[in-house]
Design a protein around this ligand. Structure first.
Ligand code: MRU
Length: 368
């Protein structure tokens, strides 16, 4: 995807001991590239949201495991060092299951080797193949999801208005995005689309990141305050909702950025199709009841009480927006039960949000 017409991914290798990422905290005002050189750099980058979005969190952790292997090589006990580093990486954020799925996948491959140099080699290969796979999966989500937009356009013959929440765009993945991939594909095919971008308080990933990447790709869009979607749906100004997911159960319950559930309820009440777009790495095959079982991240109340942005002098600044003594509560995610989800868009196809339809796409997961 493009920034000022230059092609970027969200993460790449500078060399075999330095991994570079876009530090997303500064966007859209500054493009800051960060070097990650130690496993603690990776922990901080994920925990403090320099990188964010479920697939990218998982890909970054995979490179973190590789860098931890380089560190483990210099330690007295390779396996013990790596296992502690993996636990620390897993402790950074609780909701996005890609973090756990992809770290475990790396550890499984590394565990097949006995020689330390071979372990390092396999760790690097696995991180590379995870990044490539996320990219391919997102591209294929676009190819499958575009048919939903094409169908709507065939009957409406007017620009299709799509509402999205948070950033499930290329900033949340390696490239293309999940929720945005069908939108980019539709745009490429000449279907007129317009995107309603929920600002997504408190960290404003919609206003800061989704609006920015849609703008860079030349896609018409409008930022709306988080509470606007319901009104727009009642006024038939939303044809389709597409969101991403941080963790989806095998039964089709979808955890995504806080506020997604309310959009799903409004969509349900107004007969607006509501889709979640996600790659395989965002499924949690061990869970059946998302509302009861998905761990919900709680972040600092300061994220609610302060807002950051560019001040009049062009400097990044943060301001207090409430009485300093008022407490605030900051849950990062909510769960939309499958009954409100019209369908799930995956790299293998689009399916209904229920266990048998999902497992028909992923038959190898039946026995898990
Ligand atoms: O807290 P974040 O920014 O990591 O959360 C990301 C999201 O919730 C996105 O909406 C998303 O859909 C999951 S990543 C494609």
């Amino acid at each position: 995807m493009k920034i000022k017409s230059k092609h970027y991914q969200t993460i790449w290798e500078l060399n075999e001991s330095v991994i570079q990422v876009i530090d997303q905290r500064h966007l859209p005002h500054q493009l800051v590239i960060e070097n990650l050189k130690s496993s603690s750099d990776f922990e901080a980058a994920i925990r403090d949201m320099h990188v964010r979005g479920a697939p990218l969190i998982g890909a970054t952790a995979a490179y973190g495991i590789y860098i931890a292997c380089l560190e483990a090589f210099k330690s007295p006990d390779f396996d013990a060092y790596l296992s502690k580093a993996a636990d620390r990486l897993k402790a950074t954020r609780p909701t996005a299951v890609d973090l756990f799925n992809l770290i475990d996948r790396c550890l499984l491959q590394i565990g097949k080797k006995t020689d330390a140099k071979q372990k390092i080699k396999v760790a690097l290969e696995e991180a590379r193949s995870i990044c490539q796979e996320i990219k391919d999966h997102c591209y294929n989500i676009g190819l499958h999801g575009v048919s939903i937009i094409e169908e709507l356009y065939a009957s409406k013959q007017e620009p299709i208005n799509i509402l999205t929440h948070c950033n499930a765009g290329w900033f949340a993945t390696i490239d293309y995005g999940t929720a945005t991939a069908p939108i980019y594909e539709a745009h490429k095919r000449g279907i007129p689309v317009h995107v309603w971008v929920d600002e997504t308080r408190p960290r404003n990933q919609g206003a800061r990141l989704t609006a920015y990447e849609l703008g860079q790709e030349g896609i018409p869009h409008t930022i709306i305050a988080d509470n606007t979607g319901g009104l727009l749906m009642q006024k038939q100004r939303v044809d389709l909702v597409i969101v991403g997911s941080d963790r989806t159960t095998r039964t089709g319950d979808v955890a995504n950025k806080i506020g997604t559930y309310l959009k799903a309820l409004a969509a349900y009440d107004n007969n607006v199709p509501f889709y979640a777009a996600l790659p395989e790495s965002s499924f949690d095959w061990s869970l059946r009841d998302g509302v009861q079982e998905i761990p919900i991240e709680e972040r600092s109340s300061d994220e609610v009480k302060y807002m950051g942005g560019l001040d009049n002098e062009g400097k990044m600044n943060s301001v207090l927006i409430c009485p300093p003594e008022s407490p605030a509560l900051n849950y990062g995610f909510d769960v939309t039960p499958s009954k409100y989800v019209t369908g799930i868009i995956t790299e293998r196809g689009v399916c209904a949000a229920n266990e048998s339809a999902i497992l028909a796409l992923y038959p190898e997961k039946i026995s898990l």
